[in-house]
Design a protein around this ligand. Structure first.
Ligand SMILES: Cc1cc2nc3c(=O)[nH]c(=O)nc-3n(C[C@H](O)[C@H](O)[C@H](O)COP(=O)(O)OP(=O)(O)OC[C@H]3O[C@@H](n4cnc5c(N)ncnc54)[C@H](O)[C@@H]3O)c2cc1C
Length: 498
């Protein structure tokens, strides 16, 4: 029976895994070993709504406390400066997978000419507002939001909560591990200490100390679908720029660029393909676009792919140690939360003696999940006709989307109908058919069965959009919403105490 868990790594992945295990299974002894000399990756700023529900609803962390320490701002979705429309908004609530009761066809069939203000969050994004306004005047904070957070603030917040929850921290550099009948028996530290445990979480980031190095699990590259392998990163202190309630993803010559909004800081980065451009040229293009960015932006190298299995013997990898893809959909923290929760729930249900079938199920689900993320990101590249450089031509021609070919074929014949969901490779999808339809409609992917809306339908459609716009115009922007939630008198519904 598992009694002692050692988590290797104290980045956001190790901390979320440790907190999930300790809070949900309090009898477990959970320790984290980390090397302060290595530090954490220091990037990873955008999330998806499951991060919010994981922290507050699943783990019961108090919102008031978290907002005070981590200082998140809100993300309603992603604005893509992408495709033939030049821009479209992907929100966290259904825009495309919806049929309004007074119209015969799903929303996507009405978006040929204009794809905007289809739901309230999209209208809020257009108006630069975070939330609609309640009758009392404050922000009506709905669950369809995620966060923007500075990585180091997030890590220090989670660390503080982990200490209070009874997680033990050990400083030291892991140099190797001893094998035992269950897999790994102990890890060795540079100073000669030996740390044993029944179960290990490898959250050592790109180093993948246990799953990759000790257990030598085979690695699967995504390089047939995702061609980028580097990022230039550099932000600046906010002056008079408004705090936007969304992440911006913008087409660049050899990849794409993000803009993430913090209260006092703007975080910019350019993900590019080093086969097509040198680091210096990429940094130059980045600086041209962002004159306020530092003169020597940081370059981060990465490879896209994942280990074949996330759970081998008594080791589970969480975070960058198990796999990585670029942050085009901010999926890293999304799957850290999802895998931490699945692991915790599997341990609870197997009464801390996980069977091979639980392990196999975990590996099957996570492998499917990685493939889905690869293909969903690949679709973004394949469809982006706004890019006309050799890099983008290569994406349009060579991106391997064989994993979702049935879905794409069904769409090509039938258009943006919710029935496309039955041609998705797996019913356990993080993006749902909504995500695929937003990408296909947003990028004007061609389809055969077009619908010609009657004048009456067009009027109804415009009335719905105008209603969203009118509500959004009365909304509360990020700055005002922050002032509300940081006010001592603000009360969060759903906080377990205080
Ligand atoms: C350019 C870029 C942009 C990104 N943007 C986003 C985003 O917008 N949204 C998102 O969700 N994610 C993003 N990510 C991913 C982000 O990095 C991860 O979500 C996240 O921060 C998890 O990191 P981690 O904990 O796995 O690794 P790390 O933060 O690298 O932590 C690794 C830990 O392991 C410890 N460690 C390693 N080796 C040893 C050793 N031998 N001995 C002891 N300790 C050791 C280190 O000390 C550290 O504590 C981005 C990543 C990159 C590269």
């Amino acid at each position: 029976m598992i009694q002692r868990v050692l988590v290797l790594g104290s980045g956001s992945a190790g901390l979320i895994a440790a907190l999930s295990l300790k809070i949900k299974i309090p009898q477990l002894e959970v320790s984290i070993v980390r090397d302060p000399a290595l530090g954490v990756i220091g990037v990873g700023e955008g999330t998806t709504p499951n991060f919010v529900t994981h922290l507050f609803d699943y783990l019961g962390i108090q919102r008031k406390r978290f907002y005070a320490l981590a200082e998140p701002t809100w993300k309603l979705g992603i604005r893509f400066l992408w495709g033939p429309r030049g821009r479209f908004d992907y929100t966290f609530s259904p825009q495309m997978d919806l049929v309004w009761g007074d119209l015969p066809k799903p929303n996507g069939f009405y978006c040929d000419e204009e794809f905007s203000n289809v739901d309230l969050p999209a209208a809020l994004m257009r108006e630069g507002k975070a939330f609609a306004r309640t009758p009392q005047g404050g922000p009506d904070i709905q669950p369809w939001h995620a966060f923007h957070m500075e990585n180091e603030k997030l890590v220090s917040t989670l660390e503080q909560i982990a200490v209070e929850s009874g997680v033990e921290f050990i400083d030291g550099a892991v140099t190797g591990a001893e094998r035992g009948p269950q897999g790994i028996a102990a890890v060795n530290l540079a100073d000669g200490r030996r740390l044993d445990a029944d179960f290990f979480v490898d959250a050592s980031g790109f180093r993948s100390e246990l799953l990759g190095k000790v257990l030598e699990e085979p690695y699967e590259s995504f390089n047939k679908t995702l061609f980028c392998d580097r990022a230039v990163i550099g932000g600046w202190e906010r002056t008079d720029e408004p705090i936007l309630p969304y992440t911006t993803s913008e087409t660049m010559d050899h990849g794409w660029s993000w803009q993430i909004e913090h209260e006092h800081h703007i975080n910019r980065g350019y993900v590019y393909c080093s086969d097509m451009v040198s680091d210096d040229e990429a940094a130059e293009e980045f600086r041209r676009k962002n004159p306020k960015a530092p003169d020597s932006p940081r370059i981060v190298k990465f490879r896209s792919g994942c280990y074949r299995r996330m759970w081998v013997d008594n080791v589970v990898a969480v975070g960058n140690s198990g796999g990585f893809v670029e942050p085009l959909e901010a999926t890293a923290l999304m799957i850290v939360c999802a895998y931490s929760r699945t692991l915790t729930d599997f341990l609870i249900h197997s009464e801390l003696e996980p069977t091979d079938s639980f392990r196999n199920l975990f590996n099957e689900q996570t492998a499917n999940n990685w493939r889905e993320i690869r293909d969903f990101l690949g679709l973004h590249y394949k469809l982006n006709s706004a890019g006309t450089t050799p890099f983008w031509r290569r994406c349009q021609e060579e991106t391997d989307l064989s994993g979702i070919k049935d879905l794409l074929e069904f769409y090509r014949e039938n258009g943006p109908t919710g029935f496309c969901r039955y041609r998705m490779p797996s019913s356990l999808s993080d993006f749902g058919i909504e995500g695929y339809l937003v990408m296909l409609v947003g990028n004007k992917a061609p389809y055969e069965r077009r619908h010609q809306p009657s004048p009456a339908e067009k009027q109804i459609w415009e009335r719905h959009r105008a209603f969203n716009v009118a509500r959004a115009q009365q909304g509360v922007d990020v700055k005002e919403s922050l002032a509300y939630v940081h006010h001592p008198g603000w009360r969060w519904n759903g906080d377990r105490q205080g």
